[in-house]
Design a protein around this ligand. Structure first.
Ligand code: SF4
Length: 323
């Protein structure tokens, strides 16, 4: 809402105000373009590889929590990325790209039974990249000392998203952070109970539908636009468009309004480093229209088991009808 009013006032101001004041008002656009120019400089070719700030890998699509409006659609998805597929993509992509940071996400990455082996391989593929696992922390009490020792040895950091503020959950996370610190694993809690961003609207059945944003406005406020996303042989310029395409192809995003996302072409690991570089230099894309241009925050809440059952049967019906 704020963004819409802001864009509207900016439009009017552009017409009626003198040039000097118009220049001041364009400052926000300038900040975005400065950030973009910085990004363009950060993404470059060095030693025949594309250097880029961040890549994101999903280890799992599902999650032990079912947060409404989850940014990676995890309540509507399930399953893990198989170990073999992850190892293959590390081997293939490490020949073409060199990230400064690697984020391991999901779903919940600690659902992956082979997390130790996969992370060892990931670190072998990119020994100089900073490696961070993003978790809700609630499965960590069940993770063995052996896994934590390995993560500590590989200098993996763990960022915990806190989704509940009640005493019981606070105590679990406090114990978890204490244990991680004992192992020497750098960790911190990001309080998602304060600013839980609504990534997409829900239709009247409770299923995700895309926004219809001004692509430039959505891109300007987007904070994942420089987080490249890898799944198998493909790399997407941002995790947003990658997750949406995967969700459509796997029957989790069934509204036909998502379909324009399939017009976007990710790069594949068979392409040249020049092609990959050019792709990562894309600014706004038409598909940014599917993402939000405004920032709406809510208190995070869990989808009830009953509602989840209904959602699963709606998805099954939608997928049946589309055959
Ligand atoms: S499609 Fe555009 S707005 Fe959406 S996540 Fe990617 S860069 Fe951001």
């Amino acid at each position: 809402m704020f963004n819409k009013v802001y864009q509207f006032l900016k439009g009017i101001a552009r017409i009626i105000l003198p040039e000097k004041i118009r220049a001041l008002i364009s400052y926000s656009d300038h900040v975005v373009s400065v950030r973009h120019r910085r990004h363009l400089r950060a993404v470059h070719i060095e030693k025949e590889k594309v250097v880029l700030p961040v890549i994101v890998f999903n280890f799992s699509f599902g999650c032990n929590l079912k947060c409404e409006h989850c940014g990676t659609f995890s309540p509507y998805r399930s399953g893990l990325v198989p170990k073999e597929e992850l190892l293959e993509s590390f081997d293939l992509w490490s020949q073409k790209i060199q990230p400064v940071e690697i984020h391991v996400s999901g779903g919940e990455p600690f659902l992956h039974p082979d997390i130790k082996e996969v992370v060892i391989h990931l670190k072998k593929a990119w020994p100089h990249a900073n490696l961070m696992i993003i978790s809700n922390g609630l499965l960590l009490p069940n993770i063995s000392d052996d896994v934590f020792q390995t993560l500590a040895g590989l200098k993996v950091k763990i960022r915990i998203s806190k989704h509940f503020s009640d005493k019981k959950h606070e105590e679990i996370l406090n114990n978890v952070t204490h244990r991680l610190t004992t192992f020497g694993i750098q960790n911190w809690i990001l309080d998602s109970t304060v600013n839980w961003l609504v990534y997409y609207p829900l239709d009247d059945r409770g299923l995700p539908i895309p926004s219809r944003s001004n692509p430039k406005a959505a891109w300007s406020r987007c904070y994942i636009k420089y987080n490249a996303f890898i799944l198998g042989h493909h790399l997407w310029r941002c995790s947003g468009i990658g997750e949406i395409q995967h969700g459509i192809q796997n029957g989790c995003l069934t509204s036909p309004e998502w379909l324009p996302a399939l017009n976007h072409h990710a790069v594949s690991c068979d392409q040249s480093v020049q092609d990959i570089l050019q792709y990562l230099h894309l600014g706004v894309i038409p598909e940014c229209t599917l993402c939000r241009e405004d920032c709406v925050y809510i208190k995070p809440c869990q989808i009830s088991p009953q509602k989840l059952k209904e959602i699963q049967s709606l998805l099954a019906k939608d997928n049946q009808n589309s055959k």
